[in-house]
Design a protein around this ligand. Structure first.
Ligand code: CA
Length: 254
C-alpha cells in the first residue's frame, strides 16, 4: 500500500553529515507510512519526531520548535486541516507539508487555504517528497525564521548595475533609493540570482516562490515582475536586467 516509501534512491548517507540538523515533526497514523517517512527523513540527517494522534500532535507542534511539520489529514482526534488552521491562528509560521490520500481539488484548495505551504497526495514518490521537504526548509531560511547555516544557501547579496539587494534584511537599493522589498519580490530575485543569464519559467517561479506548482494563474508572477521592473529598471518598458522570454518566462541579465 505504501510501497513508494520503500524506495530510498534519493537518500545518500553523506547527506547526514552535510546537512545541519533540522527538526521535523511527522504526524501520520498509518504505521507503515509513518515508519517509512521517519526512516527516510532521518537518513537525510533530520531530527525526526512522530505523532500518531491529532490532539497530541497539535500539542507537540505548539510546545516545541520545529523547522517543518509533515501532516496527514485523516487522523484520530482532530484532523490535519484543523491542526494546520490552529497553528496559523497561533501565528506559527512553521512550514507545513500536508500528506493525504484525498485527491479532490476542493480538498487541495482547502488544505492550502488553511495555511499549508505544500500538499502531496498519497501514494507519492519518495524522491519528490524529499525534494519538497528540502525546498520548504530552504524557503524557511529565506524567510529569516530558520537557521542559515545550510551550505547550499550562499547568495546573501545581489548587485547589478547601480542596484543591490540584501536577502537577509529584505533591503534593496532601487531607482527610488533604499526600500524594503515585499517577500515575493525578494524571493523572485533570489531565484534569478541563482541563475544569472538563464531562462526561468513562470512555472518554476510559481513552484518556488508561490508554493503552488499547479496554480492555474501565472499572472501573479507577471505582476511581481512589473513591480520589480519599477524598482530596478530605468525604463520598465525597455528592461535592461529583467528580460521577458516570450511565452516561457524571464531571464535575469546582471
Ligand atoms: Ca491517516
Amino acid at each position: 500500500m505504501s510501497q513508494p516509501l520503500a524506495d530510498s534512491r534519493a537518500s545518500h548517507s553523506a547527506d547526514a553529515t552535510a546537512m545541519p540538523s533540522r527538526r521535523v515533526l511527522v504526524v501520520e497514523d498509518e504505521d507503515a507510512i509513518a515508519r517509512g517517512l521517519v526512516f527516510n527523513l532521518e537518513r537525510k540527517g533530520y531530527e525526526v519526531a512522530l505523532e500518531v494522534e491529532g490532539r497530541s500532535a497539535l500539542q507537540r507542534a505548539q510546545d516545541e520548535r520545529w523547522d517543518l511539520i509533515v501532516l496527514d489529514v485523516q487522523l484520530p482526534g482532530i484532523d490535519g486541516f484543523r491542526i494546520c488552521q490552529q497553528l496559523r491562528l497561533d501565528h506559527d509560521r512553521v512550514p507545513i507539508l500536508i500528506l493525504t490520500a484525498r485527491d479532490q481539488p476542493d480538498d487541495i484548495v482547502y488544505g492550502l487555504k488553511t495555511g499549508a505551504d505544500d500538499y502531496m497526495v498519497k501514494p507519492f514518490d519518495l524522491a519528490e517528497f524529499l525534494a519538497r521537504v528540502e525546498s520548504l526548509l530552504r524557503r524557511q531560511d529565506w524567510g529569516g525564521g530558520g537557521t542559515t547555516d545550510d551550505p547550499s544557501f550562499e547568495v546573501e547579496r545581489l548587485e547589478f548595475g547601480d542596484f543591490w539587494v540584501d536577502f537577509k534584511t529584505y533591503r534593496a537599493g532601487t531607482i527610488t533609493g533604499e526600500v524594503e522589498l515585499p517577500k515575493k519580490e525578494l524571493e523572485v530575485l533570489r531565484v534569478f540570482a541563482e541563475k544569472p543569464g538563464e531562462v526561468v519559467t513562470r512555472r518554476e517561479l510559481l513552484d518556488r516562490v508561490w508554493e503552488l506548482p499547479n496554480h492555474p494563474n501565472e499572472r501573479v508572477v507577471d505582476n511581481v515582475i512589473v513591480s520589480l521592473r519599477k524598482s530596478f529598471e530605468v525604463d520598465s518598458s525597455d528592461p535592461r536586467y529583467i528580460l521577458s522570454v516570450r511565452g516561457v518566462g524571464y531571464r535575469f541579465a546582471p
